[in-house]
Design a protein around this ligand. Sequence first.
Ligand SMILES: Cc1ncc(COP(=O)(O)O)c(C=O)c1O
Length: 370
Amino acid sequence: MIKFLDLKKQYIEIKPEIDKVIFDVIENSAFVGGKYVKEFEKNFASYLGVEHAIGVGNGTDALEVALWALDLQKGSEVIVPANTFIATAEAVTRNGLKIRFVDCNKYYQINTKSIEEHINENTSAIIVVHLYGHPANMRKILEIAKKHNLKVIEDCAQAHGASIKWCMENGKYKIQKVGTFGDIGTFSFYPGKNLGAYGDGGAIVTNNKELSEKIRKYINHGRSEKYNHEFEGRNTRLDGMQAAILNIKLKYLDNWLKKRNKIAKRYLNEIKNPKIKLPNIIEDIYHAWHLFVIQVENRDKFRNYMEKKGIQTGIHYPTALPKLKAYKYLKQNCNNFKACKEDEFLVSIPIGEHLENEEINYIINVINSY
Ligand SMILES: Cc1ncc(COP(=O)(O)O)c(C=O)c1O
């Protein structure tokens, strides 16, 4: 069976380093806070090219804390893409804010026209999701946010290391990683992510010192020193073991991303089957290829065929958020959204550093023979 994800294989490749560091964390009793967390926060910030990175318990908490930190008017509306994991939307509601869904574009990213159509006097922020690892159109989004005085959060749970080639005012180019464009960027280190821990984990990144200090206190019971609580906060921290593991894995991330990009290039060039719609990619970006999502009619039939040929597939996501029971109460009519029409065709095929060349050849052949 060709696995969709093979974390065991990845572990075996880096086993000596991982085993050692787990032992070290135990030896040092550095379970919560401490040097491994500090080191990872420093390395992750430097990898992204951002001033501050703060470890938290998971990517959902990262979003929830980010929205809290921005002090948005209670009851105001936050723009959320219709195709994402529910965590993006949950964070809005849990902060006493209202979700306003917007559509996606042909790259599966938040549609900037749809953003503009849904902005009103009650809108306070936009959550951008770099879905599947493809960077969203940050230039346009930042322009809209500036025009309407909106805060921007980037949900980078699927896009560690993805970047945009950015043309500056002087005509020169720079490469800027996602998570560093808006007011705050959030990450998930859920095990299956491109940079995954061995349990839950997340991070919040920002270039704003004041925000970073406020967040650091909030996630640790409103304190910067033991028992000196300036306000009531909460507890959501990245633990030492996860930080130590992430520190090891961070060194490999760029190589893993290169491998994902190589596989994606092969799929894009070599899958030639009129029944399969391949993903569209914008120029001037570096894709993190967390997921390679195709569209195919009669998805179940295709997935059964793949399964019989020994290839695991996934669906991200089977139901666009506005159509979920959880969001019926919003009564927002999204029937015309592209995201709400195409969800029944989406299939994710295996991509990742675990795949061998023969397996990639086989996947391509099997899809082309469908
Ligand atoms: C786009 C997106 N946002 C947020 C999350 C939430 O992250 P976590 O599972 O670490 O809470 C995920 C994880 O699946 C995600 O894919």
